[in-house]
Ligand binder design. Structure first.
Ligand code: SDX
Length: 396
């Protein structure tokens, strides 16, 4: 009764759940959080205001937002013993491996997540996760670079605090550039939630067994890491850099992406739901253009952007991509903005996870709050051997 979709190859898939959080229309390129169009939220809201909206269902008034911001700001610290977790990783560990490990371990420090049926405990857990993810993320970067962990500052807003923890040094204070703070806050808004994508579905399925929310989110982070999902932003930059460095022109790579014998795909292109422009990609492309314009024509990222823009133009004029409804997605231009802020490639998906934390925990909360929720149990189409008798090893 949840609604059925029939699609090739002719089998029926069922809607995995009911949700009132995010609405997508892939054909029209519509994305709404709790009914508010993403374009309006991108234009007028802040990330912590969007967190409140996704968690509680309504935009906060000034007093609600002030209290929410205070709660988030005053829970950005990690238990001091968690610092030792990082030293257990190799310095060259991908920061996403650290995120999977440290977030999963939060349940051993913050026990509010254990009583998942207590709404107050769920709210406290949601606030702690949103508050602590920037610290966990920045510390994974600092550890990988052999730099001292930098503590959060209560005087800074969410995005400024993250950049402070990423780049401040004991020898020199880092003053976040308002240009980058605004761009980061926008990227966090655009990545906050996206209906039942692979990582959110992972969080729901893991959480449906009654596992604590920290463990469920750790599973979601693992799913997001893949290059077909959240890892695509990192893969896009590697692809663009290869094109810029190679003697081949952009058309050569577009041709490779069409060649079935070649595993190469245009990273940042295509989407399971959007069969039109990903509305987030439209906003991010403009933000990227504006940011690079402010950096001046000789900025070191212009070649990447120009290559991406040319790829987009050639692909969208090519029947292969048009017939398959392949358009740029959220990952196509976002990495160029992160690079311009000085964020290294291996932190791109970590920032995606930082943003999506509010979506994951809001969707988890919606599931647990539903008294009818039951453990998820997907079924399969069996394609194995028919029933047969056991054969002793001597007779095989
Ligand atoms: C995210 O689900 C979400 O909401 C995810 C996300 C979120 O916010 O949570 O939006 C974030 O994950 C965005 C997607 C990031 N991934 C990439 O950019 C990786 C590159 N894209 C593809 O791998 C692919 O487009 C997917 C994974 C995004 C979607 O894959 P689908 O829907 O399973 O599409 P498909 O693989 O069935 O492809 C359909 C056809 C195939 O050709 P035919 O078999 O019809 O001949 O399109 C082709 C594919 O070969 N195709 C591509 C392509 N993507 C699909 N060809 C070249 N380049 C591509 N990028």
């Amino acid at each position: 009764e949840l609604g059925y979709f029939t699609f090739d190859p002719g089998f029926v898939a069922t809607a995995s759940c009911r949700s009132s959080i995010t609405y997508l229309d892939g054909d029209k390129g519509i994305l709404e959080y709790r009914g508010y169009p993403i374009e309006q939220l991108a234009e007028s809201s802040t990330f912590t205001e969007v967190c409140y909206l996704l968690l509680h269902g309504e935009l906060p008034n000034k007093d609600d937002l002030s209290k929410f911001d205070h709660t988030i700001t005053t829970h950005t610290m990690l238990h001091e013993a968690m610092k030792r977790f990082y030293s257990g990783f190799r310095r060259d560990a991908h920061p996403m491996s650290t995120m999977v490990g440290v977030v999963g371990a939060l349940s051993s420090f913050y026990h509010h997540g254990e009583d998942i049926h207590d709404p107050e405990h769920r709210k406290i857990t949601a606030h702690r996760l949103i508050a602590k993810m920037p610290t966990i993320a920045a510390w994974s970067y600092r550890y990988a670079n052999g730099q001292p962990m930098v503590y959060p500052k209560n005087s800074l807003d969410y995005s400024s605090n993250f950049l402070h923890m990423m780049f401040s040094m004991p020898t020199e204070e880092y003053t976040p550039d308002p240009l980058y703070v605004k761009a980061l806050d926008l990227l966090l808004i655009l990545h906050a939630d996206h209906e039942q994508n692979a990582s959110t579905s992972t969080v729901r399925l893991a959480g449906s067994s009654g596992a604590n929310p920290f463990a469920a989110l750790s599973a979601g982070i693992a799913s997001l890491w893949g290059p077909a999902h959240g890892g695509a932003n990192e893969a896009v930059i590697r692809m663009l850099q290869d094109i810029v460095d190679s003697d081949n022109d952009v058309a050569h790579y577009v041709a490779r992406a069409k060649d079935k014998s070649d595993r190469f795909r245009l990273m940042g292109f295509g989407h399971r739901v959007y069969k039109n422009f990903d509305p987030r990609a439209v906003i991010i492309r403009k933000t990227c253009m504006d940011l690079l314009a402010k950096l001046g024509p000789d900025n070191e990222y212009q070649a990447l952007f120009d290559t991406a823009h040319e790829l987009e133009k050639i692909a969208l004029a090519d029947d292969y991509f048009v017939k398959r409804n392949l358009y740029p997605n959220v990952d196509f231009y976002s990495g160029i903005i992160l690079l311009a802020m000085g964020i290294p490639l291996n932190m791109f998906t970590v920032i995606f996870a930082m943003a999506r934390t509010v979506g994951w925990i809001s969707q988890w909360n919606e599931m647990i709050a539903d008294d009818d929720f039951r453990i998820g149990r997907p079924r399969q189409l069996y394609t194995g051997a028919n029933t047969r008798d056991y054969v002793d090893i001597e007779n095989r």
